[in-house]
Design a protein around this ligand. Structure first.
Ligand code: SAH
Length: 223
């Protein structure tokens, strides 16, 4: 089983996404497992006892934004690693290697051969965390696209989703077929004639014809 170990300051953000549909089933059927480690839990109460000690601070050398302190991330990653041997650490950055289906397949495949069984996904916030974290625990740097997000939580969810789809038994037969048809561009279902604001919108005639050869040709043309 592939276990995703998520290091994040906001574990609750994952609740709704993981408790619905295909991923919910994948967790229930023990195809994947997801665990959380909150760096904030490694902070101690500060002197006035009410607040925890700050986990971020101003960057050395100046600059805008706050930098997350190394210590709490190191402790969270260390906890996630435990005594594991077959693990890979993934950090997120808009300047990392661009994530795609080929990478998702590769990770799922390696898991099949039991080479990697634990993925540690480390989500940053603000400017990111102190760079010494990556020196101490080296890992892959992944970007999910050419835009800047507020944190690594969405990227983590995207990796969990796309990698899980590539694990045997996570998708049902019908859904797997849909995966193959990723390039099909147009879809219709009932009703054959849709009425909207006094106008009628018809399904292309050929799809209702029952002529399989013509239908396949149409699908190819519209993919
Ligand atoms: N100044 C930082 C960006 C901070 S964005 C830098 O240049 O790396 C805050 C965090 O959100 C990042 O540390 C990363 O964890 C996440 N993030 C933002 N955009 C992302 C993207 N396109 N892909 C993956 N992670 C991203």
């Amino acid at each position: 089983m592939l276990t995703f170990h998520i290091v994040t300051l906001f574990p609750e953000m994952f609740d709704s996404y993981l408790s619905e549909s295909i991923l919910k089933k994948a967790i229930k059927n023990k195809k994947i497992s997801v665990k959380f480690y909150n760096p904030r839990n490694f902070a101690k109460p500060s002197k006035n006892q009410e607040l925890l000690e700050p986990i971020d601070d101003k960057p050395f050398g100046g600059g805008v934004g706050m930098v997350l302190k190394a210590e709490f991330y190191l402790k969270a990653i260390k906890k996630a690693l435990g005594k594991k041997k077959n693990f890979e650490i993934i950090y997120f950055s808009p300047r990392g290697k661009k994530f795609d289906t080929a990478m998702a397949k590769e990770i799922a495949k390696e898991n099949k051969k039991n080479e990697i069984r634990d993925l540690i996904l480390v989500s940053a916030r603000y400017e990111g965390f102190d760079s010494r974290v990556e020196d101490i625990y080296p890992g892959k740097r992944i970007s999910i696209g050419d835009y800047v997000l507020t944190g690594g939580e969405l990227p983590s969810m995207i990796l969990i989703d796309s990698i899980s789809r590539q694990i045997d038994g996570v998708l049902g037969n019908i859904e797997s077929l849909e995966e193959e048809r990723i390039s099909a561009g147009k879809f219709y279902t009932r009703p054959a004639i849709l009425k909207w604001k006094k106008k009628e919108y018809k399904v292309p005639e050929v799809l209702l014809s029952g002529n399989h050869k013509k239908i396949e040709e149409w699908k190819k043309k519209n993919s």
